[in-house]
Write a protein that binds this ligand. Structure first.
Ligand code: NAD
Length: 270
């Protein structure tokens, strides 16, 4: 049986935890060689070791990069190409939610700048170097590999909906990811490079759970979720796999929502 990412090479940022880690595991299960990138090298290495043990037919390696630094992003993409020979899937997934990110009056400029640096500029640089690498992909008729590729950028439901529990810089950064992704998708559509956004609803990962550190804070959100629960990282990884694979070959520029119905909700069930 062939996997949905057989022979492909994927780079995933924020691969040490949550969506990124689950995606690295799933992509490898589907036959991809994976470069796990994270600012937390130890976490990314653990992920790579787990994958290597579980799926010995693929290669998984880890590298440290701060996506808020262009040189790091460039080096990570170059490493994928150097080690694996090509880049087919770029998952720009790393992001932060700073505890001091608040409303327009309380958010400090340094928090705003840090959030934009990682969440928005990091995605821009990830796209920039992935596009350059994907243009150089050698065609391999035998393995069915072509030039071009798939870029996935993690945005958020807050890019689409207003929240009365503000994190202004985070929300603005994710809105930027959505708008930027659409434009990039148009510019590169004829090069065979598909670029889509993944819009998760609230998930049970450290990013959100560290932030919602009381039952009251969790309940404030849960009441608005039609399915009555937070999502799981693996549920997003499955959507990322779809966008990464040729199963989504006619999709580009989309805001792919995986949110338990949140963005369709008015009144939710009791
Ligand atoms: P997570 O905290 O489980 O994982 C994030 C990973 O990113 C961590 O391993 C962390 O070390 C890494 N990281 C942080 N800053 C980095 C940097 N500068 N460079 C490289 N790596 C860095 O979080 P998650 O929930 O899996 O979040 C993944 C993405 O999904 C983020 O972009 C987040 O904004 C988005 N998202 C999450 C939720 C949610 O509810 N968890 C909802 C919508 C969108």
């Amino acid at each position: 049986m062939t996997g949905r990412l057989q022979h492909k090479v994927a780079l995933i940022t924020g691969a040490g935890s949550g969506i990124g880690l689950e995606s690295a595991i799933l992509f490898a299960q589907e036959g991809a060689n994976v470069l796990l990138v994270d600012i937390n090298l130890e976490a990314a290495q653990k992920g790579a070791e787990l994958i290597s043990k579980r799926y010995p037919n693929v290669k998984a390696i880890a590298t440290k990069a701060d996506v808020g630094k262009e040189v790091d992003v460039k080096a990570a993409v170059e490493k994928a190409v150097q080690v694996f020979g090509r880049l087919d899937v770029m998952f720009n997934n790393a992001g932060i939610m700073h505890p001091a990110d608040d409303n327009a009056l309380n958010t400090e400029e340094r928090i705003w700048d840090l959030t934009m640096q990682i969440n928005l500029k990091g995605v821009w640089w990830g796209c920039k170097y992935a596009i350059l690498a994907m243009r150089e992909n050698p065609t391999d008729e035998f393995k069915g590999l072509h030039t071009g590729g798939s870029i996935i950028n993690t945005a958020s439901f807050v890019a689409i909906m207003g929240a009365a529990t503000p994190q202004l810089a985070y929300t603005a950064s994710k809105g930027g990811v959505l708008a930027m992704t659409r434009e990039l998708a148009m510019v590169h559509a004829r090069e065979g490079i598909r670029i889509n956004s993944l819009c998760p609803g609230p998930l049970k990962t450290p990013l959100l759970m560290d932030f919602l550190n009381t039952a009251e804070k969790k309940e404030r959100r849960l009441t608005h979720l039609p399915m009555g629960r937070f999502g799981e990282a693996v549920e997003l990884a499955k959507a990322a796999l779809f966008l990464a694979s040729d199963d989504s070959s006619y999709m580009t520029g989309t805001d792919f929502k995986v949110d338990g119905g949140l963005t369709s909700a008015y009144v939710t069930p009791l």
